[in-house]
Design a protein around this ligand. Structure first.
Ligand code: ATP
Ligand code: LTN
Length: 334
């Protein structure tokens, strides 16, 4: 068996993305690239968190398609299912069961403080209890697998800290049960901003034209999105955080080109914004091409993906179920 569960010296990594909306370059640089880079030295588990997606309304047919699409994108981005576990959250009932238990050890005030809940519930007529409770399910995801590290974008740090607090509280009552996880946020690219509005995070659930570059966008769509990106009325091209539109474009360029900041600044010293946007589009198109090719190849062969997900669920179950049993025993259930 190429998957070696006995290498306990490796750090356990768990992370997930919701199968809602279209994956964008923020998700790619903020998390997917990190996941792929850590495959050799870490023991990775990557989840398609479909139960989190239903905290806001979803069309059933579309959701089903999005789950497969996201699994395909994980593999196309370079996650090797022989080295890492890839699985769908709802295939393992232990996640919802532990989430319920953790709920009962989490003060409601902790949930009400979460920035994501405040943002997502703002100005909504009706908000599901699931949206408020979302971090308990995320804590269950993480704690079921004795996770050491959780690679996420900046916006999810608070949820990982909450998972840690819940774990600590449970351990204080019942003795050592859960490992205390840590969020790992990339130095560059942890928060790619919207191209239409560089004051908001690029987001899968923002469907405004020109807001994001999606991983499966055509070269024409990518060129058009960058061409209309919001900048400012100045001319000098340099990394300056007080000019958020330009800074965001340069940060994307930095990640996709692999050049250093001084190299980039000197490259664009005599160029204007539209030249930067054109070159940026080309570097992103080239950077996404291998992923897109692999994705289309994989989706043409549906059996392979089903097999990857079935194997992944089996491996995940072998870790999650004993942990859940341990928790239930400690609290007097079962
Ligand atoms: P939504 O807006 O629907 O909540 P999202 O774009 O935030 O979606 P998620 O599924 O919530 O995407 O996030 C997947 C992962 O990508 C998370 O770890 C998150 O922190 C990271 N991420 C999301 N947006 C960005 C971004 N703009 N820059 C860097 N990382 C990001
Ligand atoms: N809340 C995360 C997705 C998510 C997750 C997790 C990330 C659900 N469970 C466990 C890391 C670990 C998000 O919205 N990006």
């Amino acid at each position: 068996m190429s998957f070696d569960r006995l290498k306990i010296s490796k750090k356990r990594v768990f992370s997930g993305i919701q199968p809602s909306g279209n994956l964008h370059i923020g998700n790619f640089v903020g998390v997917l690239k990190q996941w792929v880079a850590s495959q050799e030295e870490k023991d990775n588990i990557f989840c398609i968190v479909d139960l989190h997606a239903i905290t806001v309304p979803q069309d059933p047919k579309e959701l089903k398609g999005k789950i497969r699409e996201l699994a395909g994108l994980y593999v196309a981005a370079g996650i090797d299912f022989q080295k890492s576990i890839i699985f769908v959250q709802s295939h393992i009932p232990a996640h919802t069961e532990l989430a319920w238990i953790l709920n009962c050890y989490t003060p409601i005030g902790w949930m009400l403080k979460m920035t994501q809940f405040k943002e997502k519930s703002e100005n909504k007529e009706s908000v599901s209890t699931g949206l408020l409770d979302y971090p308990a399910l995320m804590a269950a995801d993480i704690l079921l697998y004795d996770t050491d590290e959780v690679p996420v974008g900046e916006d999810q740090k608070q949820h990982v800290e909450l998972a840690r607090n819940i774990a600590q509280r449970f351990n204080n009552i019942y003795g050592p049960t859960f490992k205390l996880p840590e969020a790992v946020v990339p130095k560059v690219g942890a928060r790619i901003m919207g191209l239409d509005d560089p004051t908001v995070k690029m987001s899968k659930s923002n469907f405004k034209l020109g807001h994001a570059v999606h991983l499966l966008d055509s070269p024409e769509q990518i060129r058009a999105a960058f061409a209309r990106a919001t900048t400012d009325s100045l001319t000098e091209i340099r990394f300056d955080q007080s000019r958020p539109g330009l800074y965001n474009l340069l940060e994307i360029y930095e990640i996709f080109s692999g050049l250093t900041r001084p190299e980039i600044e000197s490259k664009f010293a005599d160029k204007n914004y539209s030249q930067l946007k054109e070159e940026l589009a080309e570097v992103v198109i080239a950077g996404l091409k291998p992923l897109q090719d692999k994705y289309h190849q994989l989706m043409g062969d549906p059996g392979t993906l089903e097999k990857i997900l079935a194997e992944g669920a089996e491996k995940a179950r072998q870790i999650a179920e004993p942990k859940l049993r341990e928790v239930k025993n400690k609290i007097g259930l079962g």
